[in-house]
Design a protein around this ligand. Structure first.
Ligand code: F6P
Length: 328
């Protein structure tokens, strides 16, 4: 594949994240700027297999920078996990004269991309788009900042009712394998305890902590639980368990769910997405492939897709300490 790239395709795959539209817009406009064609693939890898591919011009992406979700729609394609599915996808790219691909998504998306390179040596780069922030090689993923702000806003509201009724609230936030949302929103919203998959504090510690807060005069409390937490109980079982130990507590559970993925992206996410979109096109034009474009220490950076999905984006120990100290 040494001919010049004349057409780039962009797709969004996996869970949508606020800011994906800003990234699509940046990719399309960078293509216009560098005088190459751009096409959008609808419904991620599934659309690639089914040939759901349409041209995108700079004007087609007007008025989307502020919109949540993804105009290209997203899917988790089972068919792309098969060799036959990937072969169909490759044929469609060739049919449309596409020379390179920009993938916007998370680890599942990048795993598919790596397989595609292995089989067809097709040039592609990734842009990290997921609210979970569980990708190595970038300080933040697109959508994470917006999700944090959404969650904090909701927990603030729950705090009002928790304190009015002297209640203990268990609030489950997203993050299948990572506790970044829980830890940061827990600190930002002043949670009593934060349960994350990376650090299993155990049930005893939770019981002790709630006992201490009662003794030190707290009348209401908020416990933020990451959905991927490894304590061995889901948030409802956890609430029941605590209720057995503290029958006098008036306990409620709130599962925030998919509302965390929606909404207008924050300014941070819009800027991040714009930078990554431009850098992705530039990287492809420079013949980079198999890499993810990220931001590290406020500079555009690149990391191999294999590292992005396999290496851990460590939880910040200082944050754990801050959470502990500020909840006394
Ligand atoms: O990966 C992003 C994410 O929002 C996770 O936090 C969550 O576990 C998952 O997607 C939910 O996926 P779905 O929308 O397919 O239920």
């Amino acid at each position: 594949m040494n001919e010049p790239i004349k057409k780039i395709a962009v797709l969004t795959s996996g869970g949508d994240a606020p800011g994906m539209n800003a990234a699509i817009r940046a990719v399309v406009r960078a293509c216009t700027y560098y005088r190459i064609e751009c096409v959008g693939v609808y419904r991620g890898y599934q659309g690639l297999i089914e040939g759901d591919i349409e041209p995108l011009t700079a004007r087609d992406v007007s008025n989307i920078i502020n919109k949540g979700g993804t105009i290209l729609k997203s899917a988790r394609s089972m068919e792309f996990k098969t060799k036959e599915g990937r072969a169909k996808a490759y044929e469609n790219l060739k049919k449309h004269g596409v020379g390179a691909l920009v993938l916007i998504g998370g680890d599942g998306t990048f795993t598919g991309g790596l397989k595609f390179i292995e089989e067809f040596n097709f040039p592609l780069v990734g842009i990290p788009g997921t609210i979970d922030n569980d990708i190595y090689g970038t300080d933040n993923t697109i959508g994470y900042d917006t999700a944090l702000n959404t969650v904090v806003e909701v927990i603030d509201k729950i705090r009002d009712t928790a304190s009015s009724h002297n209640r203990l609230f268990f609030i489950e936030v997203m993050g299948r394998d990572a506790g970044f949302i829980a830890l940061n929103t827990g600190i930002g919203a002043g949670a009593e305890e934060i349960l994350i998959p990376e650090k299993n504090l155990g049930l005893d510690r939770l019981v002790e902590s709630l006992k201490t807060s009662k003794e030190t005069g707290k009348t209401s409390s908020i416990v933020v639980v990451s959905e991927g937490d490894k304590i061995g109980k889901n948030v409802f079982e956890l609430a029941d368990y605590i209720n057995e130990h503290f029958p006098h507590y008036d306990i409620r559970v709130s599962v925030l769910g998919h509302m965390q993925r929606g909404g207008s992206p924050s300014c941070y996410d819009r800027v991040l997405a714009s930078r990554l979109g431009v850098a992705a096109v530039e990287a492809l034009l420079d013949r980079s492939t198999g890499v993810m474009i990220g931001i590290t220490n406020n500079e555009v950076s690149m990391v191999g897709l294999d590292k992005a999905i396999k290496m851990n984006h460590d939880i910040n120990k200082e944050l754990l300490k801050v959470a502990e100290i500020t909840s006394v």
